[in-house]
Design a protein. Structure first.
Lengths: 285, 136
C-alpha cells in the first residue's frame, strides 16, 4: 500500500487528549446502560486510542494488516473476544471503533476545513481506516464463534460413541441424539473394532436416546447389524419405545431379522442366556 | 367447513443440518398443539423423511409449517417444496422399496402412512411439492 501524506498523524499528536475525551463522552451518551461499564469503556478507549495514535504515526493509513498495526489488531482481538464472553453484540464492539469517526471528522474539519478537496481526502482516509478496524472486530468475533462450533462438533463426535463391555462376550452401544451419517460411520467403526478386540459374541445397540427413527436411521442400524454379523457377532437392538415401534411399523421398515427388545435390561438377559451365563440373587443356605 | 390457517412459518432446507432443525421445530410445534406422544413422533418422522427428500433429491428447498383448524379440530400441515428435477413416475416413487438413491425406498410411502392427509404434486424439470397434515 502507498503511504498517504495525511495530516492525521499530526492532528492526533497535537489534540490527542481532547479527541479521546470527546470520543469517550460520545460513546457514554449513546451506549445502553447494560453495555460496557464506564470504567471499562474509559480504560479500553484509552488503550485503543494510544495504540491507534502510535500506529497512525507510521503513516501507513491504507492497510491495517501491516506490522505497524499489529498492536492495534491484537488489542481489538482481545476486546472482541472479551466482549463475546461478556455478552456484548458484535455491533456494539464494532461501534466502539466506528464511533471514533465523529470526533476525528470534527477535528479534521477544524484543521483543514478551508480546503474542501483536502478535507474530502482526509475524511475518506479516516473512514477507510476505521471501517477496516471495525470489520476486523467482527471478523475476530465470527472466528471465535466458528472455533467454538467446531470444538463442540468434535466433542459431540467423541462423546456420542462409547462402546461398553457389559459382560464377557457382551458389548453395549448406547446411542444418543441424531444419527447423521458422519457420526453413524464412527459408531459403526467403533463397534466393529471393539468386536474384534474383545471377541464379543453379542452386541446390544440401545436406541433409547435416539429421538427419531426414520428410514435413514433404520438403514444405518440394519447396515451395522449386518456388518457385525459378518464378523461373527449377533446384534440386539434395545430401547424401542412404544411410539418408535408404531412409527417403524407405519414406515414399513423390516426388522424381522433382528432381535429387538424394549429395554436394555431385557436385551442383557437375552445376551446372557445366549452366552450361557446367568445372574441370580444369592440364596441363603 | 373449510380449513383455515391460524399460524404459519417458513424454514429453509439446504443441508442435513436443516433437516435436524426442522425435526426439532416440528416436534416443538406438535407439543404446543397438544399432540399425543405417538402423534408427535409420527409427524416428526414423516417430516424427517420428506425434509431429507427435499435436500437429497430436490437439491434443497423450503418447508412451510402451518397450524390449521376446521372449526372443530386443530392440526399441523407441512408443505415441502423444491425446484429440483421432479418425479417422473409418482406411482413408482410411492411404491415401497423403490429408490432412485441409496435409501430403503420407504420414505415417501412411509410419510403418507404416518399422516392423515397426503398430497404430492410433481412435474419433471420443475420441482416437487409434498404436503402432509395430521389432526389432533
Amino acid at each position: 500500500m502507498t503511504k498517504v501524506a495525511s495530516r492525521l498523524p499530526d492532528i492526533l499528536k497535537r489534540h490527542d487528549a481532547a479527541i479521546l475525551k470527546e470520543w469517550v463522552n460520545e460513546q457514554l451518551s449513546v451506549s445502553r446502560p447494560e453495555a460496557m461499564k464506564e470504567s471499562a469503556l474509559r480504560e479500553h478507549a484509552q488503550r485503543f486510542f494510544g495504540l491507534f495514535r502510535d500506529a497512525v504515526q507510521s503513516g501507513e493509513l491504507g492497510d491495517v494488516s501491516g506490522p505497524a498495526w499489529a498492536a492495534v489488531r491484537e488489542m481489538l482481538g482481545e476486546l472482541s473476544q472479551s466482549c463475546t464472553t461478556l455478552g456484548y453484540t458484535p455491533t456494539e464492539t464494532a461501534t466502539f471503533v466506528l464511533s471514533l469517526k465523529q470526533p476525528l471528522f470534527t477535528r479534521l474539519r477544524q484543521e483543514v476545513g478551508r480546503d474542501a478537496e483536502a478535507l474530502a481526502d482526509e475524511t475518506w482516509a479516516v473512514t477507510g481506516l476505521l471501517d477496516q478496524l471495525g470489520l476486523y472486530t467482527t471478523e475476530v468475533f465470527l472466528k471465535g464463534r466458528e472455533d467454538l462450533i467446531r470444538r463442540q462438533q468434535q466433542d459431540m463426535m467423541e462423546l456420542s460413541t462409547p462402546v461398553v463391555q457389559l459382560w464377557d462376550n457382551v458389548l453395549a452401544l448406547p446411542l444418543i441424539g441424531t444419527l447423521d451419517s458422519a457420526r453413524t460411520q464412527i459408531v459403526m467403526e467403533n463397534l466393529l473394532h471393539k468386536i474384534v478386540e474383545t471377541g464379543a459374541a453379542i452386541a446390544i445397540i440401545d436406541i433409547t436416546g435416539v429421538p427419531t427413527v426414520d428410514t435413514l436411521v433404520a438403514q444405518h442400524l440394519l447396515k451395522t447389524v449386518a456388518a457385525a454379523r459378518l464378523m461373527g457377532a449377533d446384534c440386539i437392538i434395545s430401547g424401542i419405545r412404544p411410539q418408535i415401534a408404531q412409527t417403524i411399523v407405519h414406515l414399513g421398515v423390516e426388522l424381522a431379522n433382528v432381535v429387538t427388545k424394549a429395554t436394555l435390561a431385557d436385551a442383557f438377559q437375552i445376551a446372557l442366556q445366549k452366552t450361557g451365563a446367568s445372574i441370580g440373587k444369592a440364596t441363603a443356605r | 367447513m373449510a380449513t383455515a390457517v391460524s399460524a404459519e412459518e417458513m424454514r429453509p432446507l439446504g443441508s442435513s443440518e436443516d433437516v435436524v432443525v426442522v425435526r426439532q421445530v416440528v416436534r416443538a410445534l406438535a407439543v404446543k398443539l397438544g399432540f399425543s406422544l405417538v402423534d408427535q413422533t409420527k409427524m416428526v418422522t414423516a417430516a424427517s423423511e420428506l425434509a431429507r427428500n427435499t435436500v437429497d433429491y430436490g437439491g434443497g428447498g423450503t418447508v412451510r409449517l402451518q397450524t390449521i383448524t376446521d372449526g372443530k379440530r386443530i392440526g399441523l400441515r407441512l408443505t415441502f417444496e423444491d425446484k429440483g428435477p421432479g418425479i417422473e413416475d409418482l406411482a413408482l416413487a410411492l411404491k415401497d422399496g423403490y429408490t432412485s438413491g441409496g435409501g430403503l425406498g420407504l420414505g415417501l410411502g412411509g410419510a403418507k402412512r404416518l399422516s392423515n392427509e397426503f398430497e404430492i404434486v410433481s412435474r419433471p424439470g420443475e420441482g416437487t411439492r409434498v404436503s402432509i397434515a395430521r389432526w389432533r
